[in-house]
Design a protein around this ligand. Structure first.
Ligand SMILES: CC(C)(COP(=O)(O)OP(=O)(O)OC[C@H]1O[C@@H](n2cnc3c(N)ncnc32)[C@H](O)[C@@H]1OP(=O)(O)O)[C@@H](O)C(=O)NCCC(=O)NCCS
Length: 175
C-alpha cells in the first residue's frame, strides 16, 4: 500500500527539515497553499525534530521517487475520527521539476487507498483553490467530486479566490 509504480511513502525524518523549509519558502510551490508567516531554517529544523509520531488522527508521509530515492513532497491525512470515518487530505509536491510526471496522481491514489483500506475511513475531504487547476484535475481523475464552495475564502496577491470542497467516498476511488 505504501509502494506504487513511481513513488513510495515513508515517515518524515528530522533530516527532511531543509527540504520542507525550501519548499515552504518557494512562492510558486506555495501559490495555492496557506503560506503562514516566514520561518527560518533553524526554526523549521527545531519544529521537525519534535514531530510527533503518526497516529490515527494524523498520518504524514514523505513521498519519495522509486527511481532515485528522492524526497519530492508530502502527503497527509488529518483529523480522522473513528466516529465519523472522515479525514482531510493534503498533498504537496515541493520539487517543482517533478510536476507533471504522474507522481501527484499516484500519491493521491495511494494515500486514499491507505485511508480506506488501513484506516477504514468512509470519506476523504479536501479544500482546493478554484484556480489550482492542476490539483483539481488530479483530484477529479482519482474520483473526487465537488461538494461545495466557500466564496472568496482564499486571498493571494491581493485577489480573492473561491475554495472548492471536494470529497471521495469509500468505493469511489478511480470511479
Ligand atoms: C497539484 C500537484 C499535487 C499535482 O502533482 P503532479 O505530480 O504535478 O501531478 P501529475 O503529474 O500526477 O498530474 C498532473 C495533471 O494535471 C494536469 N495539469 C497540469 N496543469 C494543469 C492546468 N493548468 N489545468 C488543468 N490540468 C493541468 C496535467 O496534464 C496532469 O494530468 P494528466 O496526467 O491527466 O495529463 C502538484 O502540482 C503540487 O503539489 N502543487 C503544489 C501544492 C498544491 O497545490 N497542492 C494541492 C493543494 S489542494
Amino acid at each position: 500500500m505504501l509502494i506504487g509504480n513511481l513513488v513510495r511513502f515513508r515517515p518524515m525524518e528530522p533530516g527532511d527539515a531543509e527540504a520542507l523549509w525550501r519548499w515552504n519558502s518557494d512562492p510558486e510551490a506555495m501559490r495555492w497553499l496557506d503560506d503562514g508567516y516566514p520561518e527560518s531554517l533553524a526554526q523549521a529544523t527545531a519544529r521537525h525534530s519534535e514531530r510527533e509520531r503518526n497516529f490515527y488522527g494524523h498520518v504524514l508521509f514523505g513521498i519519495e521517487t522509486i527511481a532515485e530515492g528522492r524526497l519530492i513532497g508530502l502527503v497527509r491525512l488529518s483529523g480522522a475520527e473513528p466516529e465519523t470515518g472522515d479525514a482531510d487530505l493534503d498533498i504537496y509536491i515541493g520539487e517543482k521539476d517533478c510536476w507533471g510526471r504522474g507522481y501527484g496522481t499516484e500519491a493521491t491514489r495511494m494515500i486514499c487507498r491507505y485511508g480506506f483500506a488501513k484506516m477504514r475511513l468512509h470519506r476523504i475531504t479536501l479544500w482546493v483553490a478554484e484556480a489550482n487547476a492542476a490539483a483539481i484535475h488530479v483530484y477529479k481523475k482519482v474520483g473526487f467530486v465537488e461538494e461545495g464552495r466557500a466564496r472568496e475564502a482564499f486571498r493571494r496577491d491581493g485577489d480573492w479566490h473561491d475554495l472548492i470542497l471536494m470529497g471521495l467516498l469509500d468505493g469511489e476511488l478511480d470511479a
